[in-house]
Design a protein around this ligand. Structure first.
Ligand code: MG
Length: 376
């Protein structure tokens, strides 16, 4: 057993690769707890409440936003971390930070901004999450960003091109060396997919874009449906869906814990570096459940994310983001002074990045108002 009841393969702050700028250790909390707390106090975190997950914020009050999505990811990841004796505060920090770099309007916003940035290195929300915590948050007197621990930053950066990896230095290395991140990072990544698969079924059903009959074609859903319906034949649809979703989460999470435990017993990693060198991820569902999980993911992609009603919103969003990008690129003074000043001294590439940072930081409603502003 490692420090403070942690498994030997868990991230342990005493073995950490540390922070970029040295700081005294906190007196009454751990280093990863401090990271989590800094993330919660960040501006980017507060903005998640007004950013789209699947449904644009003003489409309804009951849908997930990026904030509630991040909290659900954190809840799922933490319960698995607890069961496997992994580092829970680190798992929580990564989960809460994983979407900090997301643009307004979800993936439609991200894809459009990426297209606008094609000649300037592109835009990728995951990379942007790291940029938010490393550079863009301007709160502390002694350093830029939040100065998080290496393992938190390693966990935030889920994927990365070789070119970006070379530019990023320490957290980029593993992509060049084809190594794995720590278990807490692997876990937060999978918890993200478990969270959205399940909450999007709920939101999609509530929005009337997915029907019970359609969902029943999914094995993960159907097996729970059969049990719940047999036991509670009179249950109304809303409660039926909730009951099925909670059981789906339970099934997948239990499988994830048990399969990961099997893999850990087989590989016997004795440190986080053993985990990094394992050659494959150790946090995993079993093949059988993973197939069902992926099938549901594909189903949502086809029937919800690309639903005609959503595509209409996507088209509107594409125009908005594109016009914002063009307007600010042509005249940087249209941005608030801190962005305009930063952009003024830069070349075309640098200016485009500042514009992308500004747009990516916007909430849905702020972007809509800004778009009205540049037209008016
Ligand atoms: Mg996410």
């Amino acid at each position: 057993m490692g420090a403070a009841g942690l498994a030997p393969y868990a991230a342990d702050e005493t073995q950490s690769r540390g922070r970029k700028y040295d700081e005294p250790r906190p007196a009454y909390r751990g280093e990863y707890q401090r990271d989590r707390d800094r993330i919660i106090h960040s501006t980017a975190f507060r903005r998640l409440v007004y950013k789209t997950q699947v449904f644009v914020n003003h489409e309804g009050d009951l849908y997930r936003t990026r904030l509630t999505h991040s909290l659900e990811v954190s809840q799922i990841a933490r319960s698995v971390a607890f069961a496997l004796k992994l580092n829970e505060p680190l798992t929580e920090a990564i989960s809460l930070a994983h979407d900090l770099g997301h643009t307004p309007f979800g993936h439609a916003g991200q894809d459009t901004l990426n297209a606008c940035m094609r000649d300037y290195g592109g835009f990728e929300h995951n990379l942007q999450s790291l940029r938010v915590v490393d550079v863009l948050e301007a709160k502390y007197a002694d350093f830029p960003g939040l100065n998080l621990m290496f393992e938190t930053r390693e966990g935030i950066l889920k994927h990365c091109s070789a070119r970006n990896a070379r530019e990023l230095g320490d957290v980029g290395e593993r992509f060049l060396q084809r190594k794995q991140p720590g278990l807490e990072a692997q876990l937060a990544n999978i918890a993200d997919a478990i969270a959205y698969n399940n909450h999007d079924v709920d939101d999609g059903f509530r929005a009337g874009l997915l029907s019970l009959d359609q969902l029943r074609e999914q094995p993960l859903f159907e097996s729970q449906y059969a049990e719940v319906h047999a036991r509670y034949p009179e249950l109304e649809d809303r409660r039926l869906i909730y009951e099925i979703i909670r059981r789906m989460i339970g099934t997948v999470v239990t499988d994830l814990i048990e399969e990961t435990r099997r893999r850990l017993e087989k590989e016997c990693p004795e440190s986080i570096d053993d985990v990094r060198n394992a050659g494959k991820p150790l946090v995993s569902m079993s093949d059988h459940v993973y197939e069902q999980h992926v099938s549901l993911k594909r189903f949502l992609n086809e029937h919800l994310y690309r639903h005609e009603q959503k595509l209409e919103m996507t088209r509107k969003v594409q125009i908005m983001v594109k016009e914002l990008f063009t307007a600010y690129s042509e005249d940087v003074q249209r941005m608030p002074p801190e962005f305009a000043d930063a952009a003024a001294s830069l070349d075309e590439h640098g200016r485009a990045r500042v514009v992308a940072d500004y747009i990516a930081g916007m909430t849905d409603r702020y972007a809509i108002a800004a778009h009205e502003g540049i037209r008016g």
